[in-house]
Design a protein around this ligand. Structure first.
Ligand SMILES: NC(=O)C1=CN([C@@H]2O[C@H](COP(=O)(O)OP(=O)(O)OC[C@H]3O[C@@H](n4cnc5c(N)ncnc54)[C@H](OP(=O)(O)O)[C@@H]3O)[C@@H](O)[C@H]2O)C=CC1
Ligand SMILES: Nc1nc(=O)c2c([nH]1)NC[C@@H]1CN(c3ccc(C(=O)N[C@@H](CCC(=O)O)C(=O)O)cc3)C=[N+]21
Ligand SMILES: [Mg+2]
Length: 299
């Protein structure tokens, strides 16, 4: 068997087109959705995401506001910026890039965001809404993963899903979404015993660990659908001295002989994450104006 490669880049392009159509509709009402991205410190990996986000936001016809603060910014200063963005009617979505420097309490900052503008879906109110089956801002990466799974598999009811990783930003919300889709969900983490046997149960496997080559082929059930969330930067001397490239958490070349379908890195989950961020911003904008959430941008 050789697995189908799920083209997240192309799918993300389709979502951005839907976003652009919704933005054009809003423009007729003189509404321009706005996304504010806050970056603290100068992490080179974050730089790339932030640049991509800004460009794609503007390409979709939306307004993008970028706020860069120094590495030594005080927590209170950041919270005050968040409060100003909460009060700014041109801003419908706020994203504070994580991780934050160690002297800043991430939960405190995230929970300072107006839940209606929390397009990352990280606020405790949105996490609680998702967990209790109420309508919520859904975190972009799990949302992108779910859209690809539904596109590939249709109805997910009754499927065995295994999520590797339990972070608040990927693993846990992914598990919540799959549960909402009526999957039987197992979540693995660093204390999981016999992880190979657990992962082998999965008809759906979502890997969000942050370690290259973490998932070998013999953990994967024949015919499974594998979503690789990991983003790991490795040296690529073949590209020239000092060059790097991105790889996921899954041993892609080996797993593609066992799986039915797999997402590549790059070109899989990453582009979907950004597309879903734009989609969430349009949704937040519509709701803030008393308009219904666009059906083609939500799950
Ligand atoms: N493509 C995209 O859009 C995005 C990609 N990412 C990428 O996804 C990956 C995960 O991100 P994130 O969730 O934030 O990472 P975290 O580091 O917050 O979480 C990693 C999880 O993996 C688990 N883990 C670590 N080692 C093992 C092990 N040996 N066996 C089993 N489980 C293990 C941890 O378990 P424990 O809880 O026990 O410590 C933890 O739950 C990263 O590579 C990140 O860059 C993240 C966000 C978006
Ligand atoms: N508040 C917050 N929200 C996030 O959603 C968030 C965050 N903080 N911190 C960092 C992680 C990581 N993340 C990625 C988004 C897009 C790509 C992406 O577009 N990746 C491309 C490649 C990009 C490249 O070439 O560098 C791809 O996989 O094809 C990757 C990773 C969002 N995150
Ligand atoms: Mg921190």
């Amino acid at each position: 068997m050789t697995a189908a490669i799920i083209d997240g880049k192309a799918f993300a392009g389709e979502i951005r087109e839907r976003v652009a159509n919704q933005v054009a509709r809003l423009k007729e009402m003189d509404i321009v959705p706005g996304l504010a991205v806050v970056l603290v410190g100068d992490d080179p990996a974050s730089e790339i995401y932030v640049r991509n986000k800004n460009r794609q936001t503007e390409e979709a016809g939306m307004a993008s506001f970028e706020h860069r603060l120094g590495e030594d910014t005080e927590e209170q200063e950041l919270v005050e910026l968040v409060r100003r963005l909460n009060a700014d009617p041109q801003v419908h979505g706020i994203l504070v890039q994580l991780p934050l420097p160690d002297h800043i309490d991430e939960n405190l900052v995230i929970n300072a965001i107006d839940p209606a503008k929390d397009v990352d879906g990280f606020h405790v109110i949105n996490a609680g809404r998702l967990a209790t089956g109420q309508s919520a801002m859904v975190p972009c990466t799990p949302l992108g993963c779910l859209l690809m799974l539904r596109d590939r598999l249709g109805d997910l009811s009754g499927r065995e899903a295994v999520v590797i990783g339990r972070s608040n930003i990927v693993g846990k919300p992914m598990a919540q979404l799959l549960l909402r889709e009526n999957c039987t969900v197992t979540v693995c983490h660093s204390r999981t015993r016999d992880i190979a046997d657990v992962v082998r149960r999965g008809e759906i496997v979502v890997a969000a660990v942050g370690r290259r080559d973490f998932v070998p082929a013999d953990w994967i059930r024949r015919g499974a659908t594998v979503i690789d969330v990991g983003i790991n930067r490795i040296d690529a001397p073949e590209k020239g001295e000092g060059k790097t490239r991105l790889v996921g958490d899954v041993q892609f070349d080996a797993v593609k002989d066992v799986a039915d379908a797999i997402t590549p890195v790059p070109g899989g989950v990453g582009p979907m994450t950004i597309a879903c961020l734009l989609a969430n911003t349009v949704t937040a904008c519509c709701l803030s104006h008393g308009l219904p959430a666009p059906q083609d941008l939500t799950v």
